[in-house]
Design a binder for this molecule. Sequence first.
Ligand SMILES: Cc1cc2nc3c(=O)[nH]c(=O)nc-3n(C[C@H](O)[C@H](O)[C@H](O)COP(=O)(O)OP(=O)(O)OC[C@H]3O[C@@H](n4cnc5c(N)ncnc54)[C@H](O)[C@@H]3O)c2cc1C
Length: 470
Amino acid sequence: MEPWDVTVIGGGILGTSFAYWLAHRYEGRIAVLEKESQVAQHTSRRNTGVVHRPFYLDPIERRVFARSSQVAYGMWKEYAARRGLPWVPVSTFEVATREDAVPRLDKYLQWGLANGMGEDELEVLTPAEVRRHEPNIRCHGAIWSKTDTGVDYPAFTEAMRDEAEQAGARFLLRAEVDSIEVAGDALEIRLAELGGGATYLDPRSRIRVRASRNSAPIRTRFLINCAGGNSIDIAHMLGVGREYTDLHFRGEYWEIDPAWHSLSSRNVYTVPKHPELPFLDPHWIVRADGRREIGPNAVPVPGPFTYRGWIDDPKEAVAKLFERPFRNKLRAVVNPDFVTLASEEWASSVSKRVMADRVKEFLPALREQYLTRPGTAGVRAQVIDRRGTFVKEAIEIVGPRSYHITNYNSPGATGAPAYAAWTVNRLARSGALDHLKAKPAKATGLGDFDAICAAIDATTPEPSRAMAAA
Ligand SMILES: Cc1cc2nc3c(=O)[nH]c(=O)nc-3n(C[C@H](O)[C@H](O)[C@H](O)COP(=O)(O)OP(=O)(O)OC[C@H]3O[C@@H](n4cnc5c(N)ncnc54)[C@H](O)[C@@H]3O)c2cc1C
């Protein structure tokens, strides 16, 4: 079979955004390999569902995520209107639960404006002003981000998949990548065998591929790795990113009894107690469909798909714990701060009361009995470097005939369509997509490609030409 020109691994919101732009920009054979039978089955479904405005992102340290979120906000807003998808601007109060967190609110105001938010979108509030809007909230002050919006990320991903397919991309579902090797001027991808040596297919485009140990590998001229919780393992298959490993944190939620939805009509987040680990503090969330939830916590779990219990496959858990580079994990987990934090998070997983208590800090009227049932948990794959430090931004790694994106964490769903456009543009400029023929430029449902890239690109460094040569 003729090689694919570009193969994307992962049909989450990021991989699907890549397929969308590649198919709209280029002629050529573009495939997405996704191990599940539908797109957005993992983190892109199992998240808080908020389009985050970038007031809490340092415009320098978190520049790429900040710019991507800012640019994607307008893209999602128009896309939701055009496709008739949920768009519920519930807004967010980010509250200071301690006096010493109050100066942070002014900093957030400055960051939001520096990241391109409008003055009318942000307001710093005194405790009394907060109470006027939301009488149940107790805090030392808050910043009100008026345009934070509740959405349905799986619906966005499915819509982008539709349009990517119409533009020529092919989604091969139930296609789990097992190994990848360099073979001359292409890569050879082998898929894990499905139970019974079955075939997998894309029902819409009627592609069938045998997946058995003896079947021919899938060949591709270029690969983009967007495999979320497995992305580091995929990079390691091609011998790159070996300086990194990852730890997994399950974010659990509790649904609130509808009788108590009125406790707050807005999202309530807290200024993080540990700015280096901002994903630790649970929030009060207003979902796009009106449900209220609290969460997520961040419970250490052995693998990217451990949504319940602690270990789904003991053999895999042990292998994952001792995988190389082991030193990174060891440095992170022997840190006494990490041990204390991890035990707090475990406690809120084991005990509903502990979870409720964490939210009562800013919503004292909440009671344990208002938490009716667990919500849908998601897992964050947090990359750790050689020093045992948790890396904040996404990591991009050039590999042989490949580009790997890992540590693509929150607010990754918000920024995905803008970040993917910007990265496709950088790959093109590096020469990595020279084997593809450009299509004539045309307006797309997600907006104007060049304008999106220009808005993110102002001072971000060029990728090396090595990307093309690799
Ligand atoms: C608890 C939690 C809450 C969050 N809340 C928000 C939020 O409110 N707003 C926001 O903007 N961001 C949020 N995020 C972050 C956001 O959800 C992620 O950044 C985003 O979904 C990542 O998308 P992705 O496509 O990279 O990953 P994923 O959605 O995980 O997609 C990766 C895909 O790769 C596939 N895959 C993996 N291995 C293989 C393989 N070997 N072969 C083939 N396919 C493979 C998987 O099946 C999966 O479909 C949250 C994250 C978490 C964990």
